[in-house]
Design a protein around this ligand. Structure first.
Ligand code: ATP
Ligand code: F6P
Length: 443
């Protein structure tokens, strides 16, 4: 069988990994699981999360803290049944082509980890334990208030009561919790231990490329509040003509946008927040950034250059349809995977953007000034857009977008410069030069 190709290169046909989360409640396990899943799916790696809490809610929808006391026999039985059901579904999912399954539960005792390992390894799936350990009381209380008091477990309850009950739930877990390898007898496990949100990490027996990609990604996560601003360059001379690619200068209106951008940025960022600006290496993004305050750090990335249209670079969509009608149709049929002759596909762009995403995860506030296709790919990462949707997302010119990652999702705000520009959005089947996006889509 041919090796399977995916976003992080060529992967052996049979590599399947189960990421088993470990840690006390309110340590960010679901947060980490959800981010890993989003990252992998963005890279076209089939990934899914199996949250044992969701399974438990089927037979114990609103448990109080004592349900989680290990002396509570009924609680123990129901919790075990939920774990069994989640693992069973995950194994079924692996058989249907899943590559990275994430088992999101506390798995906080040695016995439970041994059980998970036996259950999964027997089926030929690699197991990597990811533990989040945190003893910052203030952060734990903030997590409880942020996400636990609004959990379906406490629906209709007073948030203060819910927080108190959740604190007691944690106490029950603490009675039996063992951090991985705390007794020195779990050295055979493959694991990543993240302490106090990455202040310290321990890595043990990481084996292959995909495992190390996952570990590297998770090591770079932080939870400080920050935003990522995205803007396309100002309208270019080639945009005016409806020509794709190239390295043109800004149009008169594009120049106006470049002059207005500092005001738009200051309105959104505030004057006292430091900002780092990333542009592509093409003239139109560098020109768009040039009036921004001098104290902003600026960096040019080749990886942020526009999707390379190969032999079609500099053409209008009509010229492409006339010269390469089959290619034009093939692109519409599968825009994400279509690779221009001598150029790139959206899939190629995502792969070259991986270091950008990694750097974004490590960073604080960043403003990215780039191009239509590249911004669609970055937007797709944050907003979990599918491969069918992402290449068609409208990203209008002369618009600044602010993305703010939250515990479970990303908030979007847009700022219009109110400077006219052509539309470069193109609908399926159309070769129209300056078409307006359908009203339902996008930014
Ligand atoms: P439970 O066991 O109840 O499901 P959990 O460990 O899955 O809890 P989450 O629901 O993921 O906890 O908690 C989310 C909160 O944790 C968010 O507010 C997020 O900012 C925070 N968080 C994310 N990563 C970490 C981390 N490494 N350490 C501590 N807190 C974190
Ligand atoms: O038209 C502007 C542009 O940035 C081109 O340079 C690029 O080829 C195109 O957008 C990408 O958009 P699409 O994938 O919809 O053709």
């Amino acid at each position: 069988m041919a090796p399977r190709r995916n976003g992080v290169g060529v992967q052996a046909e049979d590599t399947r990994i189960c990421v088993v989360m470990v840690g006390l409640p309110a340590r960010g396990k679901s947060y980490i699981a959800q981010k890993a899943q989003r990252y992998l799916k963005w890279l076209s790696i089939p990934a899914a999360t199996f949250n044992v809490g969701n399974y438990r809610r089927n037979n114990a929808p609103h448990p109080s803290a004592d349900f989680f006391d290990t002396n509570n026999a009924e609680g123990e039985r129901k919790r075990r049944a939920a774990a069994e059901a989640a693992v069973k579904d995950m194994m079924k999912w692996f058989k249907s082509g899943g590559v990275v399954g994430i088992l999101d539960a506390t798995n906080s005792t040695k016995e439970r980890r041994e059980w998970v390992l036996d259950r999964i390894k027997g089926e030929g799936v690699e197991v990597i334990f990811v533990e989040s350990k945190c003893d910052d009381e203030e952060l734990i209380m903030a997590n409880i208030r942020d996400v636990k008091t609004t959990s379906p477990d406490y629906v209709g309850q007073d948030p203060e009561q819910a927080a108190l009950d959740f604190r007691n739930r944690i106490r029950n877990y603490e009675k039996v919790y063992k951090s991985i390898n705390a007794d020195g007898d779990e050295d055979h496990l493959t694991y990543l231990k993240i302490m106090n949100v990455g202040k310290q990490v321990i890595i043990n027996r990481i084996q292959d490329y995909l495992q190390s990609r996952i570990v590297y990604y998770l090591m770079n996560l932080h939870i400080r509040t920050r935003s990522v601003w995205l803007s396309r360059h100002g309208e270019s001379m080639l945009n005016l003509e409806g020509r794709i690619g190239g390295d043109a200068d800004l149009s008169h209106r594009g120049e106006e946008y470049a002059s207005k951008l500092p005001e738009l940025v200051l309105e959104s960022v505030g004057s006292d927040r430091p900002l780092t600006v990333w542009t592509s290496t093409l003239k139109r993004t560098i020109a768009t950034a040039r009036h921004l305050p001098k104290h902003y750090n600026q960096l040019q990335w080749k990886a942020l250059d526009e999707l390379d249209a190969g032999v079609c670079d500099g053409m209008t969509y009509q010229e492409i349809a006339d010269l390469y009608p089959e290619d034009f149709q093939a692109r519409d049929a599968d825009k994400y995977n279509y690779r221009y002759r001598g150029g790139e596909s959206y899939r190629d762009v995502v792969i070259r953007l991986e270091p950008i995403i990694m750097e974004l995860e490590r960073s604080e506030d960043i403003l990215i000034i780039s191009h239509q296709a590249v911004i669609r790919c970055i937007y797709a990462y944050f907003m979990q857009k599918t491969q069918e949707e992402s290449p068609w997302v409208p990203v209008p010119l002369h618009t600044l977008m602010k993305l703010t990652p939250r515990a479970y999702g990303t908030e979007v705000q847009t700022y219009k410069a109110n400077i006219k520009a052509v539309s470069t959005w193109r609908g399926k089947g159309s070769t129209a030069k300056h078409e307006d996006p359908k009203p339902e889509g996008g930014v």
